[in-house]
Ligand binder design. Structure first.
Ligand code: PMV
Length: 326
């Protein structure tokens, strides 16, 4: 085969109903469905070149050559693509995030979404959105939600064919704003893959999973009807439930810093005071503060003044993973 190359971009996403725990850890078949919003303004841009002159897969992230687990995860996804395309050429993969590494924004979702689109295109495969979402899921579970546009639901399914994400509302449907309050820029010590595996040690995990269909229905409806109060209640409950599972795992995972709690308390008091604002926290100490567009400037200013907040990034609903010059 000749020399085939493609470049794709994808946004990270923030989950309102979260993925935490797998039925199948290899294929990332989740214990429960999840719902998220893509984050416009933040993106990964990835170029894949299948190149007969390279003797093994190569992966650079923000101009740094990556080996070890990082390279293995990329190679595993490339293996799936090679198998489907019937090729055995190695690839060089170059990826850049426009949000600096260490800002605490997970780049695995946008990174694996962009890699799936670029690699399948470069290998000559013409995947539809569902096939791309399934492929991205195998790289990092939450990456399947960075393929479709806007507000996205990942149906848990139960196997490789029926576990994928689709859009439930376009980015234009609701101008919800995510003000991301950064309190720490350190690499997290426990990866989400390790965290997913620990869920089975928490007494609370079965209860969290059993109620997930109800929370998904409330969240989906809140998005479709742009009902901020309903979204706020279910998103905070879902985040608290995931962290309750984390804290009660063995060994326990406590991702929060004192500043995380300061922000959560401030957000709750602002909402009591009448502002449309709520929080959700991923596997790290930073707080995603969701609010309506009209108050986002005020919220970002208030967050910046809180003790322990280093920086605030502001993101609006984002589009799908996209090919460049495609
Ligand atoms: O896709 P992973 O394995 O990085 O897991 C993501 C886990 C959370 O970000 C904590 C929740 C979610 O649904 O995005």
């Amino acid at each position: 085969m000749g020399y085939y190359k493609a470049t794709a971009t994808a946004h990270p996403n923030i989950a309102f109903i979260k993925y935490w725990g797998d039925l199948d850890p290899d294929l990332h078949i989740p214990s429960n469905g999840s719902i998220s919003m893509n984050l416009r303004g933040l993106f990964s841009r990835t170029t894949v070149s299948f190149d007969p002159s390279v003797e093994q897969d190569q992966f650079s992230l923000d101009n740094r050559q990556i080996d070890g687990t990082g390279l293995v995860r990329v190679s595993n996804l490339l293996d799936r693509v090679r198998k489907m395309a019937g090729i055995n050429t190695f690839a060089s993969v170059e990826s850049h995030n426009n949000f600096p590494a260490g800002t605490g924004i997970a780049s695995s979702a946008s990174g694996f979404a962009a890699l799936s689109l670029a690699a399948s295109k470069a290998a000559g495969l013409d995947f539809d959105e569902k096939a791309l979402s399934r492929l991205a899921r195998t790289g990092s579970g939450s990456a399947c939600r960075s393929i479709p546009a806007g507000f996205v639901e990942w149906q848990a399914g139960g196997n490789d064919e029926n576990s994928y994400a689709y859009s439930i509302a376009s980015p234009e449907h609701w101008d919800l704003v995510d003000c991301i309050a950064l309190v720490s820029q350190d690499e997290k010590l426990i990866s989400s893959s390790e965290g997913h595996a620990l869920t089975k040690t928490s007494l609370l995990h079965p209860a969290r999973v059993a109620d997930a269909p109800r929370r998904l229905a409330v969240c989906r409806e809140a998005i479709l009807t742009r009902d901020f109060d309903a979204l706020a209640e279910v998103a905070e409950l879902d985040s608290n439930l995931m962290h309750a599972v984390m804290i009660t795992s063995s060994p326990p995972l406590l991702y929060w810093q004192p500043a995380t709690v300061t922000i959560m308390k401030a957000v709750q008091s602002w909402r009591k005071g009448g502002l449309m604002v709520c929080y959700t926290v991923d596997a790290g100490p930073n707080v995603h503060v969701l609010c309506s567009r009209d108050v986002s400037g005020d919220i970002a200013d208030r967050l910046e003044k809180l003790s322990g907040v280093q920086k605030v990034l502001v993101a609006h609903p984002g589009g799908p993973a996209d090919l460049e010059n495609g």
